[in-house]
Design a protein around this ligand. Sequence first.
Ligand code: FES
Ligand SMILES: [Fe+2]
Length: 353
Amino acid sequence: MKRQSISQSQYSSVDSELKRQQQPVFNRSDRFIQGWYWAMPCRDLKPGQSQSISLMGKELVLYRTRARDVIALDRYCPHMGAALDQGKIEGTTIRCPLHYWRFDHRGHCVEIPALGQHHNVIANTQLHVWPTAEHYGMIWIWTGDTPTHPPPYIPELEGVSCDAALSYRFERNCHPNVLMINAIDAHHFNSVHNLPLEVRFKARAINDNALCLDNTTRGGEASKFVKLIRPLYKNEVTYKMCYWYGSTGTVTVGPDFFHFHIMFALRPIARGKTEGWTILITPKRLAGRLINPVVLWITQQVAAYFATGDIQVFQGIRFDFKTPLEADQSIIQFAHHVNRQKALNWGDWSSVT
Ligand code: FES
Ligand SMILES: [Fe+2]
């Protein structure tokens, strides 16, 4: 692998170039990209239950109706500010715990007991409702009005019915954008992970928010594992990464005849840190009840292999990209992709203008 430094005229100070771009959002704690973000595991919200969450500086209430739909509204009652997660779910509505105003799934106030039957709509009683979806065992929230695409998925499993298992939840001391770089940092595969591979990525966009980077090399011939599977496995080493909003990433890895799929669902939290889940995914298949738990267990080992060796580094990193090399080009490409997306302000989720 080449270890040349990129000439300064080509990439002089990646940091300052990123900051000059129109809506810089890369590695910033006061902004984030509009998109789908994980809210909580589906299993943690039973029918008739409500929960509060804090998402990119905004407080929300999530509740599940008896028909199993998930509704997400702003958390505080527009009357006097009581927390609606302490209220009661009634059909598709939620009733405030203080004066019993009732709100429906569109955020409309449909009952004010103190006004009896005669209440018409009162100004400013509307709650904002946020689009939700359930996917890969997780509840997702879209941080705008109308989603432009479904929640993050494994590109080669688009539209395929899958089994998924939530593996583990974690926090890291750096921004999701920085943590995500790890998966395409070809330079560190040799150093930290001791992989005898030359990895070269080809980028392609699925939509404005999703960038795929696919490995295009064979390599790994020195590895015993690759030698063993080479008779079955003539093509490039399958290693595909797909980034959504620069935060959630999917990894597809393995020989041609069997791909393992892992999603690292991340979201930014205060002070430029990260919280996330590792999600293990495999397509539903015949006899999947027997086979898929084993496949997901192996996927878990693959995911653990990726995390090993890196955790301490990302707890201590103070990201400052001063000296890019040839091998860092995919990282620069990724950072530019992040900065091209729609940025929202932390807290009120208004557009950055
Ligand atoms: S605070 Fe909610 S009804 Fe009064
Ligand atoms: Fe790594």
